[in-house]
Design a protein around this ligand. Structure first.
Ligand code: GDP
Ligand code: MG
Length: 302
């Protein structure tokens, strides 16, 4: 008899992992290194991350779905901050694992406040003490880890640097052991739930933050007006046109810079990041527009 034996289905593991902590501890940096692509923007400025972003990583039979959040912090004077806190709190529910991040030996009331939310959540939590590469006094680390581990029944306490690929690989192996048995939720090659045009706008916002620092008004917005793939005879070209919205003519001048120099650099750096992320050549045009003045518009190539 010729009985066919069907191969047993491959056992897979899949789960959601929330990355939580006060602003600036390195959540987005860690996510980018876990995914090995820059999908969440980072900067020295707190509150760089304004949107919740899923980062998806499939490795052999494991699929890890990371939820990067705007940082949790206790003072919420603005409606935007409140919305960001809500998004971060929501991310704590229905996840299989929480990565609670802190920064080196620093421990503030915002850390304490974020930790309270973690304690209230049901999922197991790993305490990640980030930026250990910056520690001058390595001997203070162990007592600090001891103090923190008494604050909550963390499943593990992991000191690391989110910028070190070895550290991140070690963390990834630990995370995999917490995933429940489940089918994959996303296709194996998908790395985020966000569209390319969303990511393109975020990249431009990151360059604006890095090149303008405190001069950048908080409500500057980036809008992608055109996003078009053009096929030339040899390769694909992506044509992206984006508008940077500012409030006043004076701010527009600052963004553009002397002789257009600043906008040119912002455009060039954005284009390079986009080419790396999307994998094709990009033709990027940036415009700066004052929100109220529809006629007040100038175009500069990046
Ligand atoms: P988030 O607000 O928690 O998402 O923090 P970001 O990921 O935006 O990082 C805030 C700042 O810390 C950025 O300037 C990062 O480059 C920096 N940073 C993040 N992780 C590390 C690390 O492991 N070592 C060092 N030296 N800097 C880091
Ligand atoms: Mg962030």
């Amino acid at each position: 008899m010729n009985s066919k034996i069907s191969p047993s289905p491959k056992q897979t593991y899949c789960g959601y992992i929330a990355i939580i902590g006060r602003p600036n501890v390195g959540k987005s940096t860690l996510l980018n290194h876990l995914i090995q692509q820059k999908i969440s923007i980072t900067s020295r400025k707190p509150q760089t991350t304004r949107h919740q972003i899923l980062g998806i990583r499939t490795l052999k039979q494991f699929q890890m779905i990371y939820v990067d959040t705007p940082g949790l912090h206790q003072h919420t004077p603005r409606a935007l901050n409140r919305a960001m806190n809500r998004a971060a709190s929501r991310a704590l529910h229905d996840v299989d694992l929480i990565l609670f991040m802190s920064d080196g030996l620093h421990w503030t009331t915002d850390d304490e406040w974020a930790l309270k939310k973690v304690i209230r959540a049901k999922a197991p939590a790993l305490l990640i003490v980030n930026k250990v590469d910056k520690l001058a006094e390595k001997s203070s680390l162990l007592p600090h880890l001891n103090t923190l581990s008494q604050k909550h029944a963390f499943s593990e306490v992991i000191p690391l640097s989110a910028k070190s690929s070895e550290d991140v690989a070690r963390l990834e192996n630990i995370i995999a052991t917490y995933l429940p048995e489940a089918e994959f939720i996303f296709p194996e090659d998908q790395i985020t739930d966000r569209s390319e045009s969303f990511l393109a706008a975020e990249i431009i916002r990151e360059k604006l933050m890095r090149h303008l620092g405190q001069e950048l008004p908080y409500d500057t917005a980036v809008d992608i007006e055109e996003y078009k793939i053009e096929k030339t005879s040899r390769k694909k070209l992506l044509r992206i046109s984006a508008v940077i919205y500012v409030n006043k003519a004076g701010q527009k001048k600052i963004v553009i810079g002397e002789g257009g120099e600043r906008l040119k650099i912002i455009g060039q750096k954005s284009r390079l990041d986009m080419e790396k992320l999307f994998g094709h050549k990009i033709f990027l045009t940036l415009w700066v527009k004052v929100k109220s003045g529809w006629a007040d518009r100038s175009g500069i190539l990046g």
